[in-house]
Design a protein around this ligand. Structure first.
Ligand code: NAD
Length: 290
């Protein structure tokens, strides 16, 4: 395929590289002038999108996505599939898809889980929203960049799945950290708690795969001074998106709201470059609030 790729940052760069390595002809554009080996450089987003079979975007937020779509949709070849892999608000995802479809393009919102490691190794999970024909056209690309692609429904469904998943993750990581902090103050060895919880009803990804305690459980950012991994700023971004969505549809998410508040306080204290699991030592240093 002739593929345009816009946004060649920490995620987009390795994703574009994997598409090129699989034999596709990839033309990329990034506002910061990033160049990727094997990926031809376009002078503008519109040039990267012109005459392509597929155009992928991997951008920081919904406002930037909308601005880029205003530029690239008119350049798209009718029938091409436009796939947005950024994490953005559901409303922007739906607006971008509507704009693309009004111009005769196929549109998919397909945010990812798996982080920079998954982007590099081509093992991301894609959560996709859009018409079945659009998803099918994008599927071969998902198979190169990822290990799994789930078609969740119509436009915006991928973003909805992503923020619901990450709201669970933010809440569960805080729950796990609270338990290990409490266990420490009760004199319980964290290895013992890990052995119990990882095979009991408290088990979850935050314990079993990504244990926030250094030296306990499988290798995780906690074992590397909490270098990300998945940065606390990105967790805060996703929790804020979940709260924006909850307000828009009048959904009650009290723990999601509290998780957003805690990560907001955490990030405000110069911890934005740390992995989100670094909320463990921060919580452990706090005192009981009756
Ligand atoms: P990043 O900041 O490394 O990359 C974004 C890139 O977009 C930058 O290189 C920037 O120069 C470029 N850009 C900004 N405005 C542009 C424009 N108008 N035209 C062209 N390029 C433009 O961010 P990232 O970590 O690669 O994340 C990208 C998206 O993926 C975000 O929406 C993020 O929430 C999501 N995400 C990130 C991770 C992660 O672990 N990093 C995990 C899952 C999802």
């Amino acid at each position: 395929m002739q593929i345009g790729f816009i946004g060649l940052g920490k995620m987009g760069g390795p994703m574009a590289r994997n598409l090129a390595a699989a034999g596709h002809s990839v033309t990329g554009f990034d506002a910061a002038g990033v160049r990727i080996d094997g990926v031809a450089a376009a002078a503008s987003a519109a040039e990267a999108a012109r005459e392509r079979d597929a155009v992928i975007t991997m951008l920081p937020n919904g406002a930037i996505l909308r601005a880029v779509y205003a530029e690239i949709v008119p350049a798209g070849r009718p029938g091409a599939v436009f796939v947005d892999c950024s994490t953005v608000d559901v409303e922007s995802a739906r607006a971008a898809a509507a704009e693309a479809e009004a111009s005769g393009l196929l549109a998919v919102d397909a945010p990812v889980s798996g982080g920079t490691g998954g982007a590099a190794s081509g093992s991301l999970t894609f959560m996709a929203g859009g018409a079945p024909a659009a998803f099918e056209k994008a599927r071969p690309l998902f198979e190169i960049m990822g290990a799994r692609a789930v078609h969740c429904g119509g436009a915006g469904s991928g973003q909805a799945a992503k923020i619901c998943n990450n709201m669970i993750l933010g809440i569960s990581m805080i729950g796990v950290c609270e338990a290990f902090a409490l266990a420490g103050k009760l004199g319980l060895d964290p290895h013992s708690l890990y052995d119990v919880v990882s095979s009991s009803s408290g088990s979850c990804w935050s314990v079993n795969t990504y244990c926030p305690v250094p030296g306990v459980g499988p290798n995780s950012p906690a074992d590397h001074d909490y270098r990300p991994g998945f940065a606390a700023t990105l967790m805060l971004k996703d929790l804020d998106l979940s709260q924006q969505a909850a307000a828009a549809v009048d959904a009650s998410t009290p723990l999601g709201a509290h998780a957003a508040t805690l990560f907001s306080e955490f990030v405000a204290q110069d911890r934005e470059s740390l992995d989100f699991s670094a909320i463990l030592p921060w919580l452990a240093a706090r005192r009981h609030e009756p």
